[in-house]
Design a protein around this ligand. Sequence first.
Ligand SMILES: Cc1cc2nc3c(=O)[nH]c(=O)nc-3n(C[C@H](O)[C@H](O)[C@H](O)COP(=O)(O)OP(=O)(O)OC[C@H]3O[C@@H](n4cnc5c(N)ncnc54)[C@H](O)[C@@H]3O)c2cc1C
Length: 338
Amino acid sequence: MNLHENYSLKNYNTFGVDVKARYFIDITSYNELRSLLSSDLIKTNHFLLLGSGSNILFTKDYDGIIIKYSVKGINIIDETQDHIIVEAAGGEIWEDLVTYAVGKEYYGIENLSLIPGTVGAAPIQNIGAYGVELKDAFHHLESLEISTGLIRTFSKTECNFQYRNSIFKNELKNKCIITKVTLKLSKVKKINLSYKSLSDELKDVRHDDLTIKLVSDTVKKIRQSKLPDPRVMGNAGSFFKNPELTNAQFIEFQKRFPDAAYFKQSEDSYKIAAGWLIEKCGFKGKRIGNTGAYEKQALIIVNYGGASGSEVKELAEKIQNDVLNIFGIFLDFEVNIV
Ligand SMILES: Cc1cc2nc3c(=O)[nH]c(=O)nc-3n(C[C@H](O)[C@H](O)[C@H](O)COP(=O)(O)OP(=O)(O)OC[C@H]3O[C@@H](n4cnc5c(N)ncnc54)[C@H](O)[C@@H]3O)c2cc1C
């Protein structure tokens, strides 16, 4: 096993926060995982699973084992005339899986282009963007329970997917490692332009000329114009979730704030754009120390360089407080705080 002690995590989290792990192990094969699980090390230490570190904020050194899961592989496990069932290993890079699917013209995840991170982390918060969530293409996943070494398969229903949430962010948080994710993708052309900025961008393209590659490239183009590149400016994408209001709560809210940005979520609920709430509290583009809310999208907290995790968390809590005081709405963190 390739075990490191007192290891810097600076290059393993997209915030670029410089903390140390007591132990760090990069698992590149299933056998390595098995031998880690049968070792004394795992029995006598806390542990934390890590993918690409693009949805995590380390606020202090980690006094345990960081288990980075890097096992790779993409396989077709079944095929019908209309569908393909693709299994990807948990350490596969999500964008590599999207590129593979787009290249083969397997429809379903092209709107999720350019989301950083690993395949194994994608179900944790049911990643979503541009009108599609992982759950829409999800078939099942395989996991390994760390304390027992037992393999368990989860169906879509068992994952309890919700908006940026799943069973793995709650009851099963850090209890099992997601080793394989299986998707059901369409071989038949299916383009989803339900998201306004995407349909606006492609409004002049005839339906026959819309290709999976064009949709994927357009999503990438929009993302690159709006989101800070973590290689240039540390961040973990949206720091907060968009808050959800019931119809009754929304009517009251809209009476008080008629110009609020929102969208209808379901028959019974609306989502308010958290970025709008944060912007109205005066945080957009405002720098506090080494951190701040991004100038183009207030939902993203950035590290201008040298920020500590607790400095970022402090700003996030200040934003939470101000939004609560002004709008009476509590903003949940989307990012995992460690
Ligand atoms: C610029 C930018 C843009 C982003 N845009 C989006 C977006 O559009 N939509 C979206 O949904 N997210 C977005 N994100 C957030 C992030 O990309 C996703 O949440 C991604 O799935 C995280 O993957 P990761 O491998 O980096 O996970 P990590 O940050 O390493 O881990 C996240 C959580 O998953 C757990 N975990 C990781 N791997 C495993 C595993 N194999 N088994 C069990 N648990 C595991 C960790 O313990 C942690 O709790 C963005 C982030 C950035 C930096």
